[in-house]
Design a protein around this ligand. Structure first.
Ligand code: HEM
Length: 328
């Protein structure tokens, strides 16, 4: 079960994070969630991001190498998985054909000792480096009276914050995925895996689609309706599991752990396969909607997020605000 945080005031949040050695927040999580909602047209009872999506279930089976790197119980035996694929943003009517929009993959690996949650996207980088930057990134995307955001404001923000253009550039250089199961997903943050003896390994995580990168040509894209991912996945799962290999890319000296807008070079890097997530069947929406997938609070001993990345720490209180808004 999720251990979602209760709603916290900004001051208390900053205090909590300082107590754990993480950086102080430079923006209020509630203000960021408000801005995320506004950018998607302020729809009621939806997520502030990943508003359109499908709930599924499956199994995670670890490799022996995973157990050697981390003492998390989820790396010692096969465990059940509840997961949700989604489209980025707070608009539940966004087209599955939209570009440049990340596809999301939230997953809860369950164990009686506690959950292991990852919430990851179909790009190796996040759009912003700091919470304040995310607040501004979302604010300039709010639709005006004509229903459209101000293109000049977006252009000026991008020029002043060039690192915020990397994600869109990456997505624009690739085709729109034909399936939620036909694209790789990345953790974007640096994680530390700790083994039973206390030895630590810093990694970034990638979920490599067994189906490969299934991109749509421009012609195929035109022929698709605005919603096809849910049916495509149902059909795919009726024939067998949709699998992803969980791959750890090991850090090298000078790889930054505090900036999710930077992709570590993968060329020539040591990688370790930690296991396979096999998605086997659809699950009722209610299973995924009752709680939030909290990628910060729901990590076991043996897996830790980066203490120096402010984008990581703020996800927990922001997801709690969104959960509270959509369930009350
Ligand atoms: C930095 C890397 C991040 C990634 C990869 C990411 C990805 C995602 C994904 C895939 C979802 C959909 C989850 C679901 O299906 O339930 C989501 C939800 C959400 N994200 Fe993020 N996100 C990131 C950072 C942030 C940050 C920094 C904030 C705000 C400060 C934020 C705010 C939210 C909120 C409010 C939700 C809705 C949660 C809910 O209502 O359950 N995200 N995110």
């Amino acid at each position: 079960m999720s251990r979602s945080l209760p709603l916290l005031g900004a001051g208390l949040v900053a205090g909590c994070l300082l107590a754990t050695g993480a950086p102080a927040q430079d923006a209020d999580p509630g203000a960021i969630v408000d801005a995320l909602f506004k950018a998607g047209g302020n729809q009621p009872k939806v997520r502030a991001s990943g508003a359109k999506g499908v709930c599924v279930k499956g199994t995670f089976t670890p490799t022996p190498e995973a157990k050697a790197l981390s003492k998390a119980p989820h790396f010692a035996k096969a465990v059940p998985v509840t997961a949700r694929f989604s489209m980025g943003g707070s608009n539940p009517k966004v087209s599955d054909k939209a570009k440049p929009v990340t596809r999301g993959f939230a997953m809860r690996l369950s164990d009686p000792a506690g959950d292991m949650v990852f919430v990851v996207i179909s790009a190796p980088v996040f759009s912003t480096r700091t919470p304040q930057q995310l607040l501004e990134f979302a604010t300039v995307r709010a639709p005006g009276p004509d229903g459209k955001p101000d293109a000049e404001k977006i252009k000026a923000f991008a020029a002043a914050n060039p690192e915020t253009t990397r994600q869109a550039a990456w997505l624009n250089a690739r085709p729109v995925p034909a399936s939620y199961a036909g694209v790789d997903y990345w953790g974007v943050h640096a994680y530390t895996l700790t083994d039973a003896k206390g030895a630590a390994t810093v990694v970034k995580l990638r979920w490599a689609a067994a189906a490969g990168q299934l991109g749509l040509s421009e012609e195929e894209l035109k022929a698709k309706p605005d919603s096809f991912y849910a049916d495509e996945l149902k059909e795919r799962l009726s024939k067998g599991p949709a699998s992803f290999d969980l791959v750890a890319v090991l850090a090298e000296k000078d790889d930054p752990t505090n900036d999710p807008t930077v992709q570590w070079p993968e060329e020539g890097r040591k990688t370790v396969k930690l296991g396979t997530v096999a998605i086997t069947a659809p699950e009722p929406d209610a299973t995924c909607d009752a709680a939030t997938f909290d990628p910060v609070a729901d990590l076991p001993e043996g897996v830790a997020g980066p203490a120096d990345d402010p984008m990581f720490a703020i996800r927990s209180p922001a997801y709690a605000v969104s959960l509270s808004r959509r369930t009350n």
